[in-house]
Every structure is written in C-alpha cells, then in structure tokens.
Design a protein around this ligand. Structure first.
Ligand SMILES: Cc1cc2nc3c(=O)[nH]c(=O)nc-3n(C[C@H](O)[C@H](O)[C@H](O)COP(=O)(O)OP(=O)(O)OC[C@H]3O[C@@H](n4cnc5c(N)ncnc54)[C@H](O)[C@@H]3O)c2cc1C
Length: 395
C-alpha cells in the first residue's frame, strides 16, 4: 500500500524528519525540501518528556537519543528568592514514568537525520505553489520545477508557508503571548542534575542539564512584541534584567554577564491562534499546524507524536483521505489540551501582581507532591499510549 506512494515533506525539522524516516522505512517514495541551504546546528537545548521518548522508541531512535542526552531525575519549581514551590522526582523503578531527558537541539536533529538516511533531501528549496489534482497534489518548487505527489506534508514550522498554501482562506494568525525568551548553553558549573525553574515577577529562569557538562538556560520576561537587545553588550543587559534571582540562578546570571562569547538566542513567544490539520491531499504537522507556547516543553513532543500518528494512519488506511481524517481525529483534542495548558502555565508564570503571585506560590507550596506527579503523568500518557498502539499493530 505504502510502497506506491509519492510523498513530499516540506521542512526538515523535528517533525518533518521523524515522518520522513518512518515513511521511507515503510517503502514510500519520500522527498524532503528544506529552505535552509545547509543543515546547521540551530537552537539551544530541549527537554524530551516520556511521551517524546516513547515515540522515538517507536521510530527506533530512542536508544540513540538516550545515548546523546542525560536523564533529568527531578523537576523543581522555585521562587526567584529560591523557596521551593513544587517538585516532581522520577525514579528508575519499573512502571514508573521515565524521567525526561535534556539534549542539545542540534543532537536531536542529527539523530533524526540519521533516521531519515536514504530519503531524498533537497536543501535550499521550498514550495512555491500547490494545486489539487484528482487523488494528489501538483507542486511547483521555488526553482520552478514541477512534480506531482500523492500527499504533501507541511512540517515547516511556526511561520509555515505550506499552511498559507493549503489553507488560503484561513484566519489563523501567529499570536504573541506577551513575553519574550532568551536561550543559551553554558558550562554546568554547579553540576545540577535535575531541572530547576525559578519564577519571579513577570520573569522566569529555567536550568536544564545537558550532556558534556553543559547547561541549557532559558529566561523569559514580559516585553512588548519585537523589542530587541542592543547589538553590543546584550549579555550584560539581559543578565542585569534578572539580577534579583537567587539560588542556582545567581551563578548562571553571573556567567551570562561575564561571557559575551556564549550563544544568546532571543525569540518572542508565540502560538498559532487556531489549529489547522488537513485539506485534500495536504496535511500539516508540528508547529506548522498548531504552534504552542513552550511552557510544558512539549512542542517537539507534539511534532513527534504528530509524525507517528500520521505515519500510522497512512499505514493502516488504504485511502489517503481516510488516513488524514483519522490523523486529525486522533490529534486535535490531544494538541488542544497541551496548547491550552501551556498557555495557562505561561500566563501564571508571567504574573506581576504581588497578591496574585503570593496566592499562586502558596497554592503551589501546599499542593501535595502526588498531585504534581499525577499531573505530569496525565500530560505524557496519551503520547505513550499512541506509541504503544503504533508498536503493537506493527508486530
Ligand atoms: C524558547 C523555546 C523553547 C522550547 N523548548 C522546548 C522543549 O524543551 N521541548 C520541546 O519539546 N519543545 C520545545 N520547544 C518547541 C520546539 O522547538 C518546536 O515545537 C519544534 O521544533 C517543532 O517542530 P517542527 O518540526 O514543527 O518545526 P521545526 O523543528 O521548527 O522545523 C521546521 C523546519 O522547516 C524549515 N522551513 C521553514 N520554512 C520553510 C519553507 N518555506 N520551506 C521549506 N522548509 C522550511 C525550517 O528551516 C525547519 O528546518 C521550544 C520552543 C521555543 C521557542
């Protein structure tokens, strides 16, 4: 069934490469077009939760990902003055949830590229136009070539061009969440092993250990959209903005201020106002169809879940239209839950009003650990179930 299909994937990021490798292994003729002229080590770090890891296992990439990442045995939420608000810890006992893992984003991309070996990749290329055909899609590429495909998958990220081509009538917009985010990677001087997130007044700092003694650091702050750092001295300016943070954040801020050679990425945090999934023989996956705020560390997880769900639907349905209907039905509610929860966590985390923050912090301090544990489990369980189902039906 799959061997006859010609599938185009637009975007060689996390979701696109995951889908490409899996479809290729099933015998489909897969082409990936990627706008970037070369694969570059983009981004800082990532946290992969148990659902993302289960999907990577189902894609036969879990072992490689575990080799190139570190287990994060605990997640602690603290106030800016370092009072513990909430903690979740993971143990290696059987039937317990697997601990999340910290990984360089470039390393994950590398593993996914390895998993997509054999796929036709065209770098520096994108799609100019698409036109529906009977049972397929006619594609015009940016270099003016034309080709037909049975299915076109848009995996080209939050500012997806495929989204505009497949849904020209859509009113979905990329919406600013009200806060901006800096990301960097620096030496893990304090040898932190677990994740620490500190919540201050309209600001947060997150510390995520990575392999090779490195630490992924993200910092968020309420800001007007499009605000930019000075070209010179940005590190010191950003560090000064977070100087009130105590505990594990203090040496991190000092390092940031002192080391202007560290990479420093800045992105305004956004989300897509409405989900978009399938239209004719075109489908979106990952950020292209439902970009979410990153507060649950689940953006890559959702792109990976989408990829597995779509591949599984294509494998188990004879008609592409039926597969796409199944894909949307399987994903829409799951993604809506993540997007909504992530938005809410981000809004609460960015609160500035002292009374609201005091109530929030007290409520978190009084919440028993088992509630946090259960919330975390509920967050990842649907993805683990998806991976199990895809695995069991394959064998
Ligand atoms: C600050 C921040 C922190 C985050 N932290 C985490 C985290 O800890 N855990 C987590 O799971 N997620 C996290 N995310 C989210 C995660 O990075 C994204 O959700 C994830 O990368 C989405 O994967 P994707 O495949 O949809 O898109 P991407 O990985 O963005 O890939 C899109 C690809 O398409 C290419 N492309 C773009 N336009 C075109 C075009 N017109 N034609 C061809 N190719 C094109 C791009 O070059 C890119 O290669 C974070 C996001 C942010 C902003």
């Amino acid at each position: 069934m799959m061997a006859e299909r010609r599938i185009l994937i637009v975007g060689g990021g996390i979701g696109g490469l995951a889908a490409a490798g899996a479809l290729h292994r099933l015998g489909a003729h897969v082409t990936v077009v990627e706008r970037a002229p070369a694969w570059q080590p983009l981004g800082a770090g990532l946290m992969l939760s148990a659902n993302a890891l289960a999907v990577l296992d189902a894609l036969a990439l879990g072992a490689m990902v575990r080799t190139r990442s570190v287990a994060l045995p605990s997640v602690a939420l603290r106030s800016a003055d370092d009072v513990l608000l909430q903690a979740v810890s993971y143990s290696a006992e059987p039937n317990r949830l697997e601990a999340p893992r910290g990984m360089h984003r470039a390393a994950l991309h590398d593993v996914l590229l390895h998993g997509a070996a054999g796929v036709t990749m065209q770098l520096g290329t994108s799609v100019q136009a698409i036109a529906p055909l009977d049972g397929g899609v006619q594609v015009t590429f940016t270099d003016a070539r034309e080709a037909t495909f049975d299915l076109v998958i848009g995996a080209d990220g939050v500012h997806s061009h495929m989204r505009a081509l497949a849904f020209p009538d859509s009113t979905a917009v990329v919406r600013y969440a009200g806060y901006t985010c800096w990301r960097t990677v620096m030496p893990n001087g304090a040898n932190l092993t677990g994740v620490v997130e500190l919540w201050g007044r309209g600001k947060r700092i997150g510390l995520v250990p990575l392999p090779d003694g490195q630490l992924y650091v993200f910092l968020t702050a309420n800001a007007t959209a499009g605000e930019r750092d000075p070209v010179r001295g940005a590190h010191a300016v950003v560090a000064a903005r977070f100087r009130e943070f105590a505990g594990d954040a203090r040496p991190v801020i000092a390092t940031l201020a002192a080391r202007d050679d560290l990479p420093l990425l800045r992105h305004d945090i956004t989300e897509l106002s409405d989900q978009l999934w399938v239209r004719g023989h075109a489908a979106l996956l990952g950020d292209a169809g439902h970009a979410t705020t990153p507060n649950l560390g689940q953006g890559a997880g959702m792109a990976l879940e989408d990829a597995l769900s779509l591949v599984h639907a294509l494998r188990t349905h004879r008609a592409i239209a039926d597969a796409l209907t199944h894909y949307q039905a399987q994903r829409a509610q799951r993604v809506a839950d993540i997007v909504r929860t992530s938005r809410r966590v981000g809004q609460m985390g960015q609160w500035t009003h002292p009374v609201a923050r005091a109530l929030r912090d007290t409520a978190m301090r009084l919440t028993p650990a088992w509630v946090g544990d259960r919330t975390m489990r509920a967050l990842v369980q649907p993805g683990i179930a998806l991976a199990r189902a895809a695995n069991s039906e394959r064998h």
